[in-house]
Ligand binder design. Structure first.
Ligand code: GAL
Length: 332
């Protein structure tokens, strides 16, 4: 609960305080603890960002230690600058919706805005402890921050679906990216009008998860990680002139030995400003034995000459008005 102080909410006061910690001080620090306006560790693992009415909303797996163990939660945070995040509450706190049994999972939630139905639609990977259910789940809300109401689970295109990703094209079309193990690849699938189903756009025959995508200057870039569970591996990218392909071979985003600086992709966020366009590589540094303290790895990508490069971690900042990212030289 937020407390009132002279008519202002306490969260608002902390939001402005110079005593705030981590990225609340105006820098994004890949791999360090990142705290919200209350000083709590941000719980938005395997997450995604939805831009709506001038505000960024960050949704992700809420792995808080004090969560009700029978439920799975999605937390929501809001920000105008991508550096300071205000906790908006749990968008979803879901009891087992499909008799999945103990150890069931809800992972990689992403929220889509359907301007036609005026609904916010949350997709996530829903599974049992053995990852054999392999479906997506859908929940809806009239408000972006929730609460979201569970609607259903399904297998997109009738296929097994595990890690999911989200892509919104420049014309506003919304796509679900999902990994499908038996096919040894992943699908890019356009959401139908009500966002309750998908239709096939493209299948990429590469067994990759943590799928993410962005379009820059007419080229589509898809990113993914190899299948090593929580263990980091060299993440890769491919490009195409159209969503339907043809796609190039996959190349490493960073030197292979760096194993993607210990991180796994979750989203590519494009910030288009008055002076520049920055694409942020959003990833997770998982801590399987302390998931609540898993870290976020966000860095601006270098894109040019048809390639994409993930630089080593450094504190940095972004100006969402100009779109410019500034890497700090020595800040640690
Ligand atoms: C990863 C996947 C995560 C989670 C994890 C469990 O490969 O990307 O979202 O499912 O495996 O081992």
């Amino acid at each position: 609960m937020r407390q009132k102080l002279f008519g202002l909410t306490l969260s608002c006061v902390l939001f402005l305080s110079p005593l705030s910690v981590g990225a609340q001080s105006g820098r994004i620090r890949p791999g360090e603890q990142w705290r919200d306006n209350h000083g709590h560790l941000i719980q938005a693992h395997g997450g995604g960002i939805t831009f709506w009415k001038g505000m960024y909303y960050w949704f992700g797996e809420d792995r808080s230690r004090d969560n009700d163990p029978s439920k799975r939660s999605v937390a929501c945070y809001s920000s105008r600058d991508l550096m300071h995040w205000r906790f908006c509450g749990k968008a979803l706190a879901l009891p087992d919706p499909e008799h999945l049994g103990s150890g069931w999972v809800l992972e990689r939630p992403k929220v889509f805005v359907n301007t036609r139905t005026r609904k916010f639609v949350l997709y996530a990977h829903l599974d049992d402890a053995h990852y054999s259910f392999a479906r997506v789940m859908v929940a809806v809300s009239d408000h972006i921050q929730g609460p979201y109401r569970y609607v259903k689970s399904y297998r997109p295109l009738g296929e097994e679906s595990r890690d999911i990703g989200q892509f919104i094209d420049e014309d506003g079309s919304a796509y679900l990216i999902f990994e499908s193990r038996p096919t040894h690849g992943f699908f890019i699938a356009r959401l139908t009008g009500d966002f309750m189903n998908v239709e096939k756009t493209c299948f990429i025959p590469a067994p990759l998860e943590g799928g993410a995508m962005v379009r820059v200057r007419g080229t589509y870039y898809v990113v993914g990680s190899h299948m090593t569970g929580w263990e980091p591996n060299p993440n890769v990218y491919a490009t195409a002139p159209a969503l339907t392909g043809p796609w190039t071979e996959f190349h490493n985003l960073a030197p292979a030995a760096a194993r993607n600086y210990g991180s796994q992709s979750t989203m590519l966020l494009k910030v288009v400003g008055t002076k520049a366009t920055t694409v942020i590589f959003m990833a997770d540094q998982w801590r399987p034995n302390a998931l609540w303290d898993s870290r976020y790895f966000w860095m601006p990508l270098r894109i040019g000459d048809g390639g994409m490069h993930l630089p080593p971690p450094r504190p940095w900042s972004i100006d969402v008005t100009t779109g410019e990212a500034t890497l700090s030289a020595a800040d640690r």
